[in-house]
Design a protein around this ligand. Structure first.
Ligand SMILES: CC(C)(COP(=O)(O)OP(=O)(O)OC[C@H]1O[C@@H](n2cnc3c(N)ncnc32)[C@H](O)[C@@H]1OP(=O)(O)O)[C@@H](O)C(=O)NCCC(=O)NCCS
Length: 190
């Protein structure tokens, strides 16, 4: 890399780090006073089951980001949902919160940053259950909407989201993977 290029990219790198710190800090702040619903067979992540979650995550995605999973298990524990069957952990759904300021005022929005079920337990309703139970809790906590990004080729996930009431609100590149096109989907709650 040339020196000039390094000079230009360093402030961008700092800005990215600052944005990430701000996002994480705000996410933790917005979780203050979070209310829990009673959830059947859905538990919150803890130090004992995180390894099973990481296993499902790394078997489900090429772009493995274990560090983020561990980070969210600490900073967003209250909205890190884990599905269990009698055979153990079978899936997870991780959210983070962000503020949205519009003409309607200040609102809290939730973002699904990762969801997956164990390969051996797909098509058995665990994905639906994770979303149904977590959406109920989002409503209780007055979250205005839930957003997510999904690859245009990921038919099972798109069908699952549509089934839960999500609608496509846009298309974007490079979020679900390099040069990969994805849909932005949203579920309005209020
Ligand atoms: C997407 C995923 C989480 C779905 O989980 P799941 O536990 O298999 O989903 P469910 O059994 O609850 O299915 C719910 C609905 O999703 C849809 N669906 C699930 N699998 C499907 C498939 N292979 N093809 C088409 N639709 C499918 C169906 O509409 C289904 O409803 P139905 O059973 O009433 O027909 C799972 O396939 C997965 O982990 N994929 C890999 C990781 C991933 O892509 N995550 C999403 C990133 S955005």
């Amino acid at each position: 890399m040339s020196f000039r290029k390094a000079q230009v990219s360093r402030p961008i790198a700092y800005l990215t780090i600052m944005k990430r710190i701000l996002k994480d800090t705000l996410g933790v702040f917005l979780l203050k006073g979070w209310k829990q619903t009673d959830k059947e067979k859905i538990v919150l992540v803890d130090d004992y089951i995180i390894h099973e979650v990481i296993k499902i995550h790394s078997e489900s995605f090429q772009d493995k980001n274990e560090k983020d999973i561990i980070k969210y298990s600490k900073s967003s524990r209250k909205i890190f949902y884990v599905a269990k069957s009698h055979e153990g952990v079978v899936g997870y759904c991780i959210y983070y919160l962000k503020p949205v300021i519009s003409s309607g005022g200040f609102k809290k929005q939730a973002v699904i940053c990762s969801i997956a079920t164990d390969r051996n337990f797909r098509g058995k309703g665990f994905g639906k259950k994770l979303l149904k139970e977590s959406i109920k809790e989002m409503r209780l906590n007055k979250i205005s909407s839930i957003i997510l990004y999904v690859s245009k080729n990921n038919v099972p996930a798109i069908r699952l989201y549509e089934k839960m009431g999500f609608v496509t609100t846009g298309q974007i590149e490079n979020i679900c993977g390099q040069k990969e096109k994805c849909y932005k989907m949203e579920l309005k709650l209020v």
